[in-house]
Design a protein around this ligand. Structure first.
Ligand code: ISL
Ligand code: CA
Length: 548
C-alpha cells in the first residue's frame, strides 16, 4: 500500500520569477508581480508554487549563482515582499517551495571571497582548490556544462578552483563538515520562516570522487562533458543526503524534490525510498529526449518513446518511492514544439500532454506558460539570447568552424531561453508582462496565445488544465490508483488507474495519423478529451479519459 502524503496529492507550479510578472516597470519579473498573480494560480487549481532562485545574486546564471542565501535579489524585491508573498500563498491554502542551490555558490559569495583573500581561512576548504597539474595545466580534464574547462586559474596564488557550471559558480566541498553545517543552518533558517520545502539543484553532483581523477575521454565524448562519471553519483552522496535530512527536513512537514540529471531508475529508487530518509522525489530527465538524442540535436520528438520510458517508471519504481511528472522547466524548450511545430496541432498536443501528466502515478509539476500551450521562440540573432549556456555554446561553435547561421540553428534547437521568454498574460504590448523594456524579448505568439483570452475560452488549453487538475483532485484513483498498462500497438498508449472500485481508462493516440481504437470506448463514459466527441477512429494525438 502507498503511504499517503500531501505532496503526493499536490499539483506543483514552477515560477521562473524573472519572466513571470514585472510589477514596477524595470522589465524584470519580481516578487510583487508573483503576489499580484496568486489568484490566477488559485483559479488554475495548483497547490504548491516552486520559485526558481530569488536569492541575492550577480545573475551570471539568472540566480543559480547565489551570493547571499539569506537575502533577496535586489531586482526581485525585499524580504518584506517575500514575507507578503508567502503570507498570500498560505492565505489561499497553497504552499511555497524554494530552489536550493547548494552544489555551488557565486564567486561573489562571502565564503569564496574569504577563501581567495585568505588561503588560511577555514573557508578555503569550503571549495575545491587544487594546485596545477605539472605546474601549469588544470588539475584535471573535467569540462564545464557551460563550455571549456571546469577550472578557474587564480595565478596570484598559483591555484585552480572547480566550477562545473559557469566561471562564477564555484563548486562546494561537501567533504568538509563545517561547510555542511553552514548549509544546514541556512536551510533551517528558511524552514523556520515557514516555507514548505525545496527543489534541490543538481543535488546528485555534490559528492566528488576522491582525488578528483581525470574523466574518461570515451565517456566524455558520449555524454558531451568530461568527468561526469566522477560526480553524478559520488561516494558520499547518500551519506550527505541522510545527514542533511536528519538535520533539516525531518524536523518539519515539508516536501523535497532533487534535480538529479542522469541517475536512472535504480539510483533514483535509492535516493527516494521513504525508508532511507533522503529525498521525497527526484527529477529524472531521460524522457525529455528520444533515445540517443541530446537537447541541441535537431529532431522531432517521437511520443512512442515517451510511453516506453514512462511505463518503465510507472511499473518498476515501486511503492516506497514516488514519481515526479513533468515535461517542461526553465532549462528546456517547450515540449509541444519538440513534438510537432505545426500550429494546427498545438492545442491537441498540449492537452494530450496534460492527460498523461495528470493521470499517471506521481506528483505533476507544471512550468509557467505550459498551461497556455506556450511554444518555442524563434531567435533570429545571438543578440536576442540571454542565457549564458547559449551564448557560450554559440562562441564555441564558431570557434569550431560553424558559420553564424549554423550556430544559430543549433542554438534555436535547444536553447534554455525558449522557456524563459515572458509569461504571456494578454495581448497588450509585451504580453502584459511589463510596462517597461523586457529583459528578454517576448515570444511573437502572444497576441494569439495568452492567459486573458484563454481564461474566456472554454476550449482553451488553460480551460483544459483547470478541468484535468480538478479531476485529479476529486479522484484519489488518479493519485494513488494502481497503474495497469493495456497491451496495444506502439502507436497507442492505453492504461487504467484503479483504486477501491473506482476505475479510469485512458486512451491516447501518440501519432499524427489516425489509429484504430483498442477498446470499444462507447462502453465507457468520456470525462475529458482533447476532441469534442469520440468517432470510430482515433484522430491525430487524440487523448481521452474515460470513467468505467
Ligand atoms: O547541463 C546539463 C547537462 O546537459 C544538465 O543536465 C544540467 O546538469 C542541469 O541542467 C542543471 O541545471 C540546474 O543547475 C544549473 C542551472 O544553470 C540550471 O538552470 C538548473 O536547473 C546550475 O545551477
Ligand atoms: Ca521588476
Amino acid at each position: 500500500p502507498i503511504q499517503r502524503a500531501w505532496w503526493k496529492e499536490a499539483v506543483v507550479y514552477q515560477i521562473y520569477p524573472r519572466s513571470f510578472q514585472d510589477s514596477n516597470g524595470d522589465g524584470i519579473g519580481d516578487l510583487n508581480g508573483i503576489t499580484q498573480r496568486l489568484d490566477y494560480l488559485k483559479e488554475l487549481g495548483v497547490d504548491v508554487l516552486w520559485l526558481s532562485p530569488i536569492y541575492d545574486s550577480p545573475n551570471d546564471d539568472n540566480g543559480y549563482d547565489i551570493r547571499d542565501y539569506k537575502a533577496i535579489m535586489k531586482e526581485f524585491g525585499t524580504m518584506e515582499d517575500f514575507n507578503r508573498l508567502l503570507d498570500g500563498v498560505h492565505a489561499r491554502g497553497m504552499k511555497l517551495i524554494m530552489d536550493l542551490v547548494i552544489n555551488h555558490t557565486s564567486d561573489e559569495h562571502a565564503w569564496f571571497k574569504e577563501a581567495l583573500q585568505n588561503p588560511d581561512s577555514p573557508c578555503r576548504d569550503y571549495y575545491l582548490f587544487r594546485p596545477a597539474k605539472d605546474g601549469k595545466t588544470p588539475p584535471n580534464n573535467w569540462t564545464s556544462f557551460f563550455s571549456g574547462s571546469a577550472w578557474n586559474h587564480y595565478p596570484e596564488q598559483s591555484f585552480w578552483a572547480l566550477h562545473l557550471f559557469s566561471k562564477k559558480q564555484m563548486d562546494l566541498n561537501w567533504d568538509n563538515p563545517a561547510l555542511r553545517s553552514s548549509v544546514y543552518e541556512m536551510i533551517n533558517w528558511w524552514l523556520q520562516k515557514g516555507i514548505d520545502g525545496f527543489r534541490l539543484d543538481v543535488i546528485n553532483y555534490i559528492s566528488k570522487a576522491e582525488g578528483l581523477p581525470d574523466g574518461n575521454e570515451t565517456v566524455g565524448k558520449l555524454m558531451g562533458f568530461t568527468g561526469v562519471e566522477h560526480y553524478f553519483y559520488g561516494p558520499n552522496l547518500h551519506r550527505c543526503l541522510q545527514e542533511m535530512h536528519e538535520n533539516t527536513f525531518s524536523r518539519y512537514d515539508v516536501m523535497t524534490v532533487g534535480e538529479t540529471p542522469g541517475v536512472g531508475i535504480e539510483m533514483a529508487k535509492l535516493l527516494t525510498d521513504e525508508r532511507r530518509k533522503e529525498l521525497d522525489m527526484v527529477f529524472s530527465f531521460d524522457h525529455l529526449e528520444n533515445p540517443g538524442k541530446a537537447r541541441f540535436d535537431l529532431y522531432r520528438y517521437d511520443l512512442r518513446c515517451l510511453k516506453e520510458i514512462l511505463c518503465d517508471w510507472q511499473q518498476h519504481y515501486g511503492n516506497a518511492s514516488w514519481n515526479s511528472l513533468f515535461f517542461e522547466n526553465h532549462d528546456n524548450p517547450r515540449m509541444v514544439s519538440k513534438i510537432n511545430p505545426d500550429p494546427a496541432f498545438r492545442e491537441v498536443i498540449a492537452k494530450l500532454l496534460a492527460v498523461i501528466q495528470f493521470t499517471l502515478k506521481g506528483t505533476p509539476f507544471v512550468f509557467q506558460g505550459q498551461e497556455l500551450g506556450m511554444v518555442n521562440a524563434s531567435f533570429s540573432s545571438i543578440d536576442e539570447l540571454r542565457d549564458i549556456e547559449s551564448i557560450n555554446l554559440y562562441h564555441e561553435l564558431l570557434q569550431k568552424g560553424k558559420s553564424e547561421a549554423e550556430a544559430l540553428t543549433i542554438i534555436n534547437g535547444g536553447s534554455r531561453d525558449h522557456a524563459r521568454t515572458p509569461m504571456q498574460w494578454s495581448g497588450e504590448p509585451n504580453a502584459g508582462f511589463t510596462a517597461g523594456e523586457p529583459w528578454i524579448r517576448p515570444n511573437a505568439s502572444y497576441p494569439a496565445i495568452n492567459a486573458e483570452s484563454e481564461q474566456q475560452d472554454a476550449q482553451s488549453v488553460f480551460a483544459f488544465y483547470k478541468q484535468v487538475i480538478a479531476l485529479r483532485h476529486q479522484n484519489p484513483a488518479l493519485v494513488y490508483g494502481e497503474f495497469a498498462l493495456e497491451p496495444t500497438p506502439r502507436e497507442l498508449f492505453c492504461y487504467r488507474r484503479v483504486l477501491d472500485g473506482a476505475e479510469f481508462y485512458i486512451e491516447i493516440n501518440l501519432t499524427e495519423q489516425p489509429q484504430k481504437r483498442k477498446a470499444k470506448a462507447s462502453a465507457y463514459t468520456p470525462v475529458l478529451s482533447n476532441y469534442t466527441k469520440p468517432l470510430e477512429m482515433l484522430r491525430p494525438y487524440e487523448a481521452t479519459i474515460y470513467r468505467i
